[in-house]
Write a protein that binds this ligand. Sequence first.
Ligand code: NAG
Ligand code: NAG
Ligand code: NAG
Ligand code: NAG
Ligand code: NAG
Ligand code: CA
Length: 527
Amino acid sequence: MLYLVALLLHCLPLAMGQYDICKSWVTTDDGPSWEFYACQPKAMRMKDYVTVRVDPAGITCGDPPERFCTHENPYLCSDECDASNPDLAHPPKLMFDSEDEGLATYWQSVTWRRYPEPLLANITLSWNKSIELTDDIVITFEYGRPTIMMLEKSLDNGRTWHPYQYYADDCMEAFSMPARRVRDLSTTSANRVLCTEEYSRWAGSKKEKTVRFEVRDRFAIFAGPDLKNMDNLYTRLESAKGLKDFFTVTDLRMRLLRPALGGTYVQRENLYKYFYAVSNIEVTGRCKCNLHANLCTFKEGSLQCECEHNTTGQDCGKCKKNFRSRSWRAGSYLPLPNGSPNACAAAGSAFGNCECYGHSNRCSYIDFLNVVTCVSCKHNTRGQHCQHCRLGFYRNSSAELDDENVCIECNCNQIGSMHDRCNETGYCECKEGATGPKCDDCLPNYYWRQGCFPNVCDDELLLCQNGGTCYQNQRCVCPVGFKGVLCQQSRCEADKKDCDGAASVHGSLGTVLLGALALQLRGWVDL
Ligand SMILES: *[C@@H]1O[C@H](CO)[C@@H](O)[C@H](O)[C@H]1NC(C)=O
Ligand SMILES: *[C@@H]1O[C@H](CO)[C@@H](O)[C@H](O)[C@H]1NC(C)=O
Ligand SMILES: *[C@@H]1O[C@H](CO)[C@@H](O)[C@H](O)[C@H]1NC(C)=O
Ligand SMILES: *[C@@H]1O[C@H](CO)[C@@H](O)[C@H](O)[C@H]1NC(C)=O
Ligand SMILES: *[C@@H]1O[C@H](CO)[C@@H](O)[C@H](O)[C@H]1NC(C)=O
Ligand SMILES: [Ca+2]
C-alpha cells in the first residue's frame, strides 16, 4: 500500500505538468526516502498583486471635471469625467478590476487641450518581487490605441529601467527604428528589443483595442506553434545567456507618448477627443523562485516564495542558516524531465565533516595529513574550512562566517604602510611618521610628500627666522640677504657685497618678491 502511494506520488510530476512538485517520497532498494526535483509556482494573474502609479500628477481626468468626445462622434461631446463622482470618475485602479460583461471600466487621462505640447503619461506597475512572464502582456485601450508608446521594464524594483518594446504607427519617424514583428525573430534574436507597428495604426476605436507584448510568440521560437515542445524552451532558458532574465521583471512601465488621432492629423479645433483610456492590463506570470518553490503566497502586501530545498529569501535566493556547506545555486530545468534541485546542504553532510561556510563547492582529502579540506575558497577566504581571510583582507565584524562579504580588503596606503596586511580591525602597519587606519595621514609635525617626512619648519617651534615664511612645512622661503634652513644665517657673512644698505630694506619688507624688487631698485639707485 505504502509502495503504491509512493509510486503514485512519484508519477505526479508527469501527470501534473512540468516542475510542479519539489519532492516526493519514493521507495528504492535502500528503502523509502525523499527525492527532490526542480520546481516552480503556477502562473498567476499578476494584476491582482500589483501596485500602480500614474505620472505626472494631474494626468488623471476629472479634477476639475471636464468633457470629452470620441472619434466616432467628435462633435457630440456629452461624456464627462468627474473625479468627485464615483459614476463619472476614472481612477487608475479601474485598469485592474475584473470587467463585468459588456461594461468596461477604465482609467482615463485629461484631454489634449495643451496641444501642441505632447500629452505624456507613465503607468508604472510594481510587484516588489521578481516575476517570470509566461504569457503575453495585454493592454486594452478604450477609444483607440496610442500612436506612439513604449514599454519599459525594471529588474531591480525600479532603480534601473530598460526598454522592452517600442510601439508606433511609424517606427522610423517616432524612434528611428525599422518596424519588425516578433514572429520574424530567430533563435539567436529571441530577446531582441524591437519596434512594432502592429498595434498603433487606427482601425476604428471599437475594433482593435489591444496592445501586446508578445511573450508566446517569443516562446514559440523554441517551443514551436502552440508551445507543444516546452522541453526545448526549458533547455534554451537554461543554456542561452540572458534569455531567462529577458522574461523576468519586477516592474513594468508604459510610457504613453501620443494618443490615438483617429485620422492622419490633429484637429486643433476639437482637442477634446484626444486622450488615453485603459480598461485592463493583463500580466500573466509566475513568481521567480529559482526553481526552489512550487508555491508563492501574498503576505504583508508582497509576494513571497514558499522555499523548499532548504533555501530561503523572497526568491529562495540563498541557503537557510546551517545549510551552507556549499554555495547556493538556482535549481535547473535540466536534465529533463525533472531537472536538478541543487538543494542546499546541511553543514557536515558533505564529506563527513567538511564545512566550507558556503565559500567552496569542493573538498579534497589530503592523504599524508589525513584531513579533508575545502578547495579553492572563494570570497577572499582561505583555510581548511574557508574560515580565515586571505592575506590583505580582514574579517567583517558585521557579517557571519558564511556571508559573501565576510572578508574586507585592507586597502593599506602603499606608500604610508609597511605592507598590505592589516590587523583584525582593518588597521594597517604604518611607516615612521604615517598614521590613520590605512596609513594615509601623517602624525603631527610630519608632512605628506610621497610618504611622511618630519617638518622642516612650522608655526610653533621651528619658526623661520628674519622674516622668512614657512612653505607647506617643507622649507623656509628666505628674504634676500638670508639663508639657511630657517633663514637664520645672514648672507653678509659670506658675501660682503650684499650687505651695504640692504639689511634695513630686507628687514622691513621681508618677502622674496619684494626683496627681488628691492634688489632692482638698489641697482637703479647705484647708477
Ligand atoms: C516617464 O518615465 C521616464 C523614465 O522611465 C521619465 O524619463 C519621464 O520623465 C516620465 N514621464 C512622465 C510624464 O512622468
Ligand atoms: C518588499 O518586499 C520585502 C520582502 O518581502 C519587504 O521587506 C518590503 O517591505 C517590501 N517593500 C514594499 C515597499 O512593499
Ligand atoms: C532540508 O533539511 C531538512 C531538515 O534537516 C531535511 O530533512 C531535508 O531532507 C532537507 N532537504 C533537502 C532538499 O536537502
Ligand atoms: C559587512 O557585511 C555586511 C553584511 O553582509 C555588509 O552589508 C557590509 O557591506 C559589509 N561591509 C563591507 C565593508 O564590505
Ligand atoms: C588594530 O590596530 C589598531 C591601531 O594600532 C588598534 O587600535 C586595535 O586595537 C588593533 N586591533 C586589534 C584587534 O588588535
Ligand atoms: Ca477595468
